[in-house]
Design a protein. Sequence first.
Length: 484
Amino acid sequence: MIRRGAGLAALGLITLLAGCSPSYTRAQSSPPTDYLIQMVCVDAADTPIFADPVDCPGSRRKLRIGEPLPYHKIDVGGFQISDSYPVADANGLTLGVQSYFFTDAFDDDPAFPNQVHHDPARGGYNIIGADEEFVFFRGTSDPGAYWQPWWTPDCRAQGWLLFPNDHRALRSGEAASPATFAPGCEGRIRTNASTVEWRYVAAQPFVVDPADPSRTRTLASIVVRHFSAGYGSMETNYFTREYGVTRWEAWRPGRGLTLEALKPRCPGGPYEARFHGRTFSMVDCRTWTAVVQPAGGLWDPDGASAVDPTIRTFPVDPLYTGRNLLENTHVGGPYEPEGSYACNEQGWTPTRAPAPLTPGTLDGPPWSANGNCLRTILAESVPAGAYGQTIDAPPPGDYRFGVSLFAPDLATGQTASAEVRLAQRDLAGGEVAVQRLQATIQSRYRTFEGEVKRDPRAATFTFEVSPVTAGIRMAVTGAYIAAR
């Protein structure tokens, strides 16, 4: 699982490059964005089928927006799934999502029997974007810091540069990549002085099975190494046309830091190398080149639980597909670039009637990791008040709204209840429309989402979470109202 700290803007490294000279002539017909999304084999009707795209060069194409995946990419050892699939984006920058799922947590939530589903405490994702100049990660979510949008100094959500979005990506190059994550980014911010280096490799080997060399894939790749300030750490991402994001590595300065138990999961080596005058050791990696079939034959990232359709299979923070109208959406910021954090309720107001709510802070790992902090609400009795915020003068149009909720004190199998409301009010404060979501909460994240059209009479939106179960702390995070 990729783990990026606030003070660690980036890591990076190219391996296995000796003797691999770039071949721009061979690759020039493929634009750089062709290396971001995985391919699928198709039948005579152009329908995706379960097969390895490396094995069907004459009948394959890119996975299309909205298409279910006929296969998952899984790493060596079968520990983690990571898929690279395309998504629609109203602002024209987001191209895809790279998901992460640990295979020992598939069925932790009974709402998703035998299916992969997003659990932020056990997985995550990267949002992949591109503009006319560069391809980049627009943000990342991991179990340590959860949602982290990567901002440039002037508050553009494109801070984690990968490679140029032109012919330069299919050669070699480097660039400054100043970035930090700041959910409340406004104006200019202080960023970490990271750098990025990329190189096109015509024949990069990827081991699928260490016991079967015949299964090793040799694929044209764009290999990206990201260095933190002062070359204190590095991270590598490998991109291929067949698989999209194909391999990831983390490196640290020093000799002999690679655990022997790690090497079978990271076959191929090398495990030590010199970069910028320093010796580095590989300390983690994943190679997602084995193909497995999803339960039921297909996996739809935009699908919903068959048990509770208000819970999506893989909710993605809407920051990169539309402007979020809510403030402090993870109820724990704002993040300060200088490294200090303040757990607060900026933008949020507890309603004191009919029964007051008690706000609190969720402590202990992994919730407090990496400076992260989350707010909780507790109702001493029900019916309870609500916790939310009001948006003035929302523009006309259709909206999505949602929130992630969980109750950390519940035992496995226990649940609690809450209601999520989006109320529309006129200038006199009268309620002209209301959309409700009934939320069944467990000890792990669930994300509840709905859709609403702004009523012409509405002057405000009020987003609220109200406990229906008394005496249970409920963590509130990932709240949003965003234009569809």
